[in-house]
Design a protein. Structure first.
Length: 254
């Protein structure tokens, strides 16, 4: 996964991928250039058009496409006693890529308002950063290429996030309050209907009781009137008897 280069007197004497050879440490210097894809995690902060802080998080995958150019621009020489790079070449490339990533992210974020940025999502930012790296002449001059940029998050500050969440939270809270109010109103309406039903039943029972009492009174009055009529009839009969013949009176007495 690396290309090894041997230099003697400033001239390349051996170069190739995964070479194995003997050399004189006193006369030869060795450089090792990584060829496999490398991954760089980026974190960039910027401000939107309405001066709100946003953080961009993502990953850059890059690789070497021209070893000669990269070896000329960056020191990949190896310490022959430890086998480690004398300088920090990969960190140097990472700093270049991170700086470009911040530049591309900043140019995208500063041209839009925070709500527009958050509503658009990650895809537009990711596309712009990929296009920026593809057209960047610095990378071609260094002999490296960015395979892809993946944006993982575009996040506002905690205070801004709470402020943006507030309208939605309030709207949901209002809907919850309305649902509670409607539920209570429905319960009150049902209670009212039950009370009205109970009152109607009581009124119906009272009406039936009144009708029953009226009928009982009418029956009692009819019985009293009948008894009075019978008494009057008996009185009339006795009066006729008193005025009639004695024989009829005797027979009546018998």
């Amino acid at each position: 996964s690396s290309e090894v280069r041997a230099f003697r007197g400033g001239t390349t004497v051996r170069a190739g991928r995964g070479l194995s050879f003997w050399f004189d440490p006193a006369r030869v210097s060795i450089a090792e250039v990584p060829l496999a894809d490398r991954e760089l995690t980026i974190m960039a902060k910027s401000q939107s058009a309405d001066y709100q802080d946003l953080a961009v998080q993502g990953t850059i995958i890059w690789s070497v496409t021209d070893v000669d150019k990269l070896a000329e621009r960056v020191d990949f020489s190896v310490d022959l006693t430890s086998g480690e790079h004398v300088a920090s070449p990969q960190e140097h490339v990472n700093r270049v890529l991170a700086g470009l990533a911040r530049e591309f992210a900043d140019s995208y974020v500063k041209g839009r308002g925070v709500r527009e940025l958050l509503e658009a999502g990650l895809a537009p930012l990711q596309a712009q950063m990929n296009a920026g790296f593809a057209a960047e002449p610095t990378l071609a001059a260094m002999g490296i290429t960015v395979a892809t940029v993946r944006i993982a998050a575009l996040t506002p500050s905690s205070e801004l996030a709470r402020a943006l969440q507030a309208p939605t939270y309030e709207s949901l809270q209002q809907k919850a309050d309305e649902a509670t109010f409607n539920r209570r109103a429905l319960a009150v309406e049902k209670e009212r209907a039950i009370a009205e039903n109970e009152l109607a039943n009581q009124i119906e029972l009272a009406s039936r009781r009144a009708n029953l009492i009226a009928r009982e009174d009418a029956n009692a009055r009819a019985e009293a009137e009948g008894a009075a009529e019978r008494i009057t009839a008996l009185k009339n009969a006795y009066a006729k008897v008193e005025k009639g013949p004695k024989e009829f009176k005797i027979d009546m007495v018998r």
